[in-house]
Design a protein around this ligand. Sequence first.
Ligand SMILES: Cc1cc2nc3c(=O)[nH]c(=O)nc-3n(C[C@H](O)[C@H](O)[C@H](O)COP(=O)(O)OP(=O)(O)OC[C@H]3O[C@@H](n4cnc5c(N)ncnc54)[C@H](O)[C@@H]3O)c2cc1C
Length: 365
Amino acid sequence: MLPIYDFVIVGAGMAGASLGAELSTFSRVLLLEAEDMPGYHATGRSAAFWSETYGGAGITPLTIASKPWFDRNGFLAGRGKLHIGCSKDAPLRDALESAFAGLGVTLDRVEPGQRVPGLLPEWTLGIAEPGCADIDVAAMHHFYLAQARRNGAELRCRATLEQARFNSGLWKLRMGQDMILARTLVNAAGAWADNVAERCGLAPLGIIPYRRTMVQARLARPIAHPLPLVIALDGSFYVKSEGSNRIWFTPHDETASPACDAMPEEMAVAQAMARLEATLDWRVARIERRWAGLRSFAPDRLPVYGYDTDVPSFYWFAGQGGFGIQTAPAAAKLALAELTGTTPDPMVVALNPVQYRPERLRAPG
Ligand SMILES: Cc1cc2nc3c(=O)[nH]c(=O)nc-3n(C[C@H](O)[C@H](O)[C@H](O)COP(=O)(O)OP(=O)(O)OC[C@H]3O[C@@H](n4cnc5c(N)ncnc54)[C@H](O)[C@@H]3O)c2cc1C
């Protein structure tokens, strides 16, 4: 007899782990992870910040709804964020302010040079976002996996879902020689979300992975600490200090990529260095590390949470783009309510789950 699970979740990154932790309170859950350990892909490569503006106004309600969970569990450390621009960027500054007006986000006009020593003089426009914080991503991921395990969920690593078919009310899943049955299959496969749908005989939704490059450098001279995360209003760059002589920075690249073990490209690293030099007078002593990860977006850039329109026992939990860590607590609570038919947790009652459903991405007819 093949084992039957209530839910099999494909992918044990932040999406799969957070939902697995929630669902296992109620049901028999199995997490399938293709890699040797969970967190190897996007989850282990993030820039680890929580920001109410990141991802755009459509993401803000999910980010804000997640905050009480973060505070309760102690995974945030205050940092603040400074949006900077040159005089030509005044329309971008105004657009930022109006996009988030009325959403409960504090944004204050400030003198950027007074906030960040070493900022070059042409950066005259500044908007402070004091709510921005660092996330302890590894601890948060571990917390969710441990909660799932305590609730009796199983995690199988080196277990790639190769094929699944739905028949007589059950999914039959194949991973190499292994077969299992599931009542509901959850697709939390990150960059592989469309690929997993196809392996299950379903049409893809057009979720595209985009490569983002990060560089870690040691500075020649110490800088003031702590500093806010500094981000260009035109979306071309951000830099985050890690102590007084180390920084993380990125040219904010977004290159469409196949789902893969993403590697940094030298061109993007050079671009990051050039943008750092055009922004701050900090001198890099050496590049210590460079990495890349895939941020996966649906065409409208909103996440995809909901049952597939063709096979309702297939649940999409994908398209978390560049905001999948900061929104994970609320997303998991929303999906929990949908998947178990239980009353939504108070932290997500104000959210409208309909806007995240996959049907918006399927052509009518
Ligand atoms: C450079 C970078 C910076 C970022 N910065 C931030 C940030 O500051 N704040 C923030 O909130 N977000 C950030 N993000 C986004 C965030 O990291 C992602 O949204 C989030 O990690 C997505 O989690 P996930 O579980 O969906 O994907 P993943 O972590 O990629 O997990 C998906 C898993 O599915 C597994 N899988 C795929 N196919 C199969 C299969 N067939 N069978 C079994 N397993 C399978 C994969 O092995 C993988 O482990 C950043 C991302 C990047 C790349």
